[in-house]
Design a protein around this ligand. Sequence first.
Ligand SMILES: [Fe+2]
Ligand SMILES: [Fe+2]
Length: 247
Amino acid sequence: MLVKDDAITIGQLVRECPRRARVFEDLKIDYCCGGKLSLQEACQKRGLNVVTVWEQLESEDSMNRDGSEYIDSDAMSLTKLCDHIEQTHHAYLKAELPRLDQMTAKVAKVHGGEDPRLLQVRHSFEALRAELEPHMMKEEVILFPMIRKMEVHRDQNPDQPLPASHCGTIRNPIRQMLLEHDHAGDALHAIAELTDQYTAPDWACNTYRAMLDALQTLQLNMHQHVHKENNVLFIKAAELEEQLQIV
Ligand SMILES: [Fe+2]
Ligand SMILES: [Fe+2]
């Protein structure tokens, strides 16, 4: 619940709701070491209108936990679903993975001595990023174009069998993507365990809290993302290929 008191400190605002750290990052307001300043003081210092900043905080608070809006993926064409996944989930990961890279590195460096599990969080995050970045590239460059092409073929040449692609059946790249989703799921699971399901210790600073919030959002977003691919897109794409019969 956002109580609009201009005298509240930046640190307190982030403490109440760690996702607000995103707003302060965008505005270049230091919420960690500079968290003692009131919102009024911080806005004055940066020449910002405090009313506009309250509006931004309000809009951040009202987002879904995973930062996405609900969509009915089952009702979309496969082409639309590929577009949606790229424009929302892939775009989110491309923006968020570099941000989390900095946060996990900083928290591991500063607090890894007090809690060595933070070094393992960093290690698991690095493994996750190394898996996901080439994974998205393979979907965008190989698998999704194959899927879009199948729909075009179905709509334009419904009586012709589908020409074989260089990958053979679409089930081959799908099998590889499923395997990589499992690896990403394992890394996310390890991070959740290592952080006691994203619970901050009493002594955690605001960067640590913002990292936990971002990691939890990452897990929620990945659940949605992988669900749309594994349970909707990939199944329907394999079925469509079967209907079209490859020659
Ligand atoms: Fe994806
Ligand atoms: Fe994927």
